[in-house]
Design a binder for this molecule. Structure first.
Ligand code: ADP
Length: 415
């Protein structure tokens, strides 16, 4: 299988410029043959697709993964010749194909949760698919495929180890925490003031370890796809308010103010008023609870004085859930890193505040598993705002989905 692409027509050389043009042509030909050598030799599959989805170039590694010869692929729509499966083994629809999404969105993107089916053997290979728009005015999309089978297996083994270790260590840590609690309780033990100070420190450290093991366990489960969201239609304003209100004691215990508001995006929201507007979305309630609790806990942790505000806003397509504080803020250069695993901002203000650096990573994972997006805006010394964007559904879609789920549940009960 060679490298195939659409032939471009070469211009005729003008007679009086013959020598110079021959040299240019030679250099160009040599460059092209080196480019071809790279493309035919590398292990990564490379493909170029035009805006209509037709394949314009494909290298041997891509042909091998797809299980077809280049002449079966060239000038054919990729949807007709390439099959991707999701992790449940179902063929993904054209609307979810990363290649079609790239044609539409024209953005660099990596997808790591799909398998590619080889047409000649029906073998499936887990692949990393990178799609990127061509540079300049060229409207084509460049697609690369990389076999990540080994990488995923190693990741899985690592996750299994961390998961077992965290699980095993959680039990003794909980017991240490319990006994320290008993030792600190005047009804169950008598200790002098100095010993009480030591016990309080030990209790705090054991609580931190407990959180760390829980976060590690959640991280490995989410990374491994062992936790999948159970999506149900909900009225999102009341649900967010219910969850956020559950955090009021944590907020007021620190002496901070709390406000909740909701409305549409074009409305200027002042303090704490709540419009009785019903907004619908499809979410996993447990995921949403974890997300909001985590964002509010952080808002409290990183805010020495002032306010924690939770807002729900919506336009026709999306719902925005906003958790805002008047705390220490995050520097611009740190903002893009705070969602990374184990990333903690290290400065004078944060050093004394405990944490694992896994909270926002888990929040992002959960948001994205519910087809949403999250980002942060911040100003040092003024405060931070986390915005969770989720797709909105209409009242009709909400009622229809609710009816279907209730019917399904009733049928399962009868069985
Ligand atoms: P941690 O357990 O350290 O809080 P997270 O993943 O939740 O870990 O957050 C990562 C880092 O982002 C934190 O260490 C902190 O520096 C910063 N951060 C998160 N939320 C806020 C906030 N509301 N205000 C200021 N900084 C924040």
């Amino acid at each position: 299988m060679g490298l195939f692409s659409k032939k471009t027509e070469k211009k005729e050389a003008e007679p009086d410029a013959k020598v110079a043009i021959t040299t240019d042509t030679n250099v160009e030909a040599e460059r092209q043959s080196l480019n071809e050598l790279v493309l035919t030799s590398i292990n990564e599959g490379v493909m170029i697709v035009d805006p209509k989805g037709n394949i314009q170039l494909v290298n041997p590694a891509a042909c091998k993964l797809i299980g077809r010869d280049a002449d079966e692929l060239l000038h054919v729509n990729h949807d007709a010749v390439i099959t991707f499966l999701d992790k449940t083994g179902n063929r993904i629809s054209a609307a979810r194909s990363p290649i079609n999404l790239a044609i539409k969105q024209k953005e660099y993107k990596e997808t790591r949760d799909l398998d590619l089916v080889a047409a000649d053997s029906n073998n499936t290979t887990p692949v990393s698919i990178i799609t990127m728009p061509s540079q300049g005015d060229n409207p084509n999309i460049i697609v690369t495929f990389r076999d990540i089978d080994r990488e995923l297996r190693e990741e899985h083994e690592r996750n299994e180890f961390i998961s077992t270790a965290s699980h095993e260590m959680r039990t003794p840590v909980a017991s240490i925490e319990g006994y320290l609690g008993l030792a600190m309780n005047s009804a169950t033990a008598t200790v002098d003031e100095r010993a009480m100070g030591y016990l309080e420190k030990a209790h705090e450290a054991s609580q931190h370890l407990g959180h760390l093991f829980q976060d590690l366990l959640d991280t490995t489960k989410l990374d491994d796809g062992k936790i999948q969201p159970v999506m149900k239609p909900v009225e999102i304003v009341h649900l967010v308010k219910k969850i956020a209100d559950g955090q009021i004691p944590r907020i007021t215990d620190k002496g901070l103010g709390y406000q909740f508001g909701s409305g549409s995006v074009d409305q200027q929201l002042g303090g704490g008023h709540h419009l009785e507007q019903l907004i619908y979305a499809t979410v996993d309630e447990d995921f949403l609870r974890e997300i909001l609790n985590n964002l509010i806990e952080n808002a409290v942790k990183y805010t020495p004085s002032g306010w924690v505000t939770v807002n729900v806003k919506a336009d026709n397509y999306n719902v925005q859930i906003i958790v805002q504080d008047t705390g220490i803020g995050i520097a611009r250069e740190e903002l893009s890193h705070v969602f990374q695993k184990f990333y903690r901002v290290d400065n004078r203000d944060t050093r004394e505040i405990g944490g694992t650096g896994l909270g926002l990573y888990l929040v992002k994972q959960r948001v994205e598993m519910m087809n949403g997006r999250i980002w942060a805006e911040s100003e040092v010394g003024k405060g931070t705002r986390f915005i969770v964007l989720l797709p909105r559904i209409s009242k009709e879609a909400y009622e229809q989905q609710k009816f279907l789920i209730e019917n399904q549940e009733a049928q399962e009960k009868m069985r």
